[in-house]
Design a protein around this ligand. Structure first.
Ligand code: ZN
Ligand code: ZN
Ligand code: ZN
Length: 369
């Protein structure tokens, strides 16, 4: 599983991309880019761990000596990459600079590298312009392999099992936080390694797309937006939104909920190789606007997903880079008129002739209690 997810040949492709972008080297500190290239889920620490991928020559990874056993045991240890330990009194930035050819004009630093480390690299390589490495890697990361799509499918099934349990947690008289705690436990129990976020937006809080869990008591007859996600042991993420109502839903809510369902379907149906993200966004937005709710759909339709919950491609007006088979992203239109709101979110993968949903639970309103 790990080998297919994090194949050995990926490092060579990353090296090619770095050379193509005119970068003398890439510096990848712990984070999604390092994990993508090596499978190593390293802890971000104040001591430098950094995979150095030169445009020419062998990649190597500097690691604090006390992290050496963890690095060796990680998938990175099996890649044949030289591990270069450094001791407490060493300067690992000088160590990296000393192993690279002199006169590098441009280097890529991981998007999530700590600023203090980027500044130390700048001092160690004063002649090298620093650019974000993410744009070099995003082309690769956007185009998922069959193993990555299988991992997303597994993540989708896990979060679907959590949604299936949500009706058991939602009751009038409980607070959002109490329900959220049960959901977080279920996210782990259903196979995730970490809980990334839990949104339980009841009543008016449902009209705020990124509402934080609160101590608000959920009342009878209130719609509740539940948007949840986590990271699987594979490293791949889940993200799905479903809508619930504790008791009889308000009539005005039911009216726009049907529109939203139709819009979500329209955007999914617009997904195919060659379609632009902005066309996918427009397909759902037009349905919502035609029904008179256009002003209440206040965010983009979706975001890419993989080793990060939010990554490229973004499904938004202005993004005209055509979709390709293997790209994975959310389709999550919402309508937020108040005093309640709704959003329906599935992760979909662009296939050779359309789309495949990673989330399979019904998209109808779930009435509980
Ligand atoms: Zn969001
Ligand atoms: Zn999302
Ligand atoms: Zn979400």
């Amino acid at each position: 599983m790990t080998k297919e997810l994090y194949p050995r040949e990926r490092l060579g492709r990353v090296q090619e991309e770095a050379a193509r972008a005119g970068l003398g080297a890439l510096f990848l500190t712990p984070g999604p880019d390092l994990r993508y290239v090596t499978g190593y889920d390293a802890l971000p620490l104040e001591r430098l761990t950094c995979l150095v991928v030169p445009a020419e020559g062998e990649a190597f990874m500097v690691v604090p000596r006390l992290e050496l056993p963890a690095a060796r045991e990680s998938p990175a240890g099996g890649l044949g990459v030289e591990l270069v330990p450094w001791d407490e009194t060493d300067d690992p930035f000088a160590l990296v600079a000393g192993r690279l050819p002199g006169g590098l004009a441009k280097v890529g630093v991981a998007d999530r590298m700590w600023a203090v480390m980027a500044l130390r690299f700048r001092a160690a390589l004063p002649g090298a312009e620093q650019v974000a490495a993410g744009r070099v890697l995003s082309g690769l990361r956007m185009r998922k392999s069959a193993a990555e799509i299988a991992a997303l499918r597994e993540a989708g099934a896990a979060i679907d099992r959590v949604h299936a349990r949500v009706p058991g947690f939602l009751k009038a008289g409980r607070t959002e936080r109490e329900v959220g705690r049960d959901i977080a436990d279920a996210i782990i129990a259903e196979g995730h390694a970490a809980v990334d976020f839990v949104i339980v937006g009841s009543g008016p809080n449902g009209a705020s797309p990124h509402a934080e869990l609160s101590d608000r008591v959920i009342g009878a007859g209130e719609p509740v937006v539940v948007d949840i996600g986590g990271t699987m042991p594979s490293g791949y993420c889940s993200d799905s939104t479903r809508d619930y109502c504790v008791g009889e839903p308000p009539a005005d809510y039911l009216a726009y909920y049907e529109v939203l369902k139709e819009a979500q379907q329209a955007s999914c149906d617009a997904v195919r190789p060659g379609a632009t993200p902005e066309a996918v966004d427009a397909a759902g937005r037009e349905v919502i606007a035609a029904a008179g709710y256009g002003e209440y759909f206040i965010h983009r339709t979706g975001h890419g997903i993989g080793l990060e919950t939010h990554e490229e491609p973004y499904i938004v007006a202005g993004n005209t880079e055509p979709l390709e088979a293997g790209m994975a992203f959310s389709i999550e239109p919402g309508i937020y008129p108040g005093p309640h709101g709704a959003r329906i979110e599935d992760i979909v993968v662009c296939t050779a002739d359309g789309h495949e949903r990673m989330n399979r639970t019904g998209r109808g309103l779930v009435v509980v209690g």
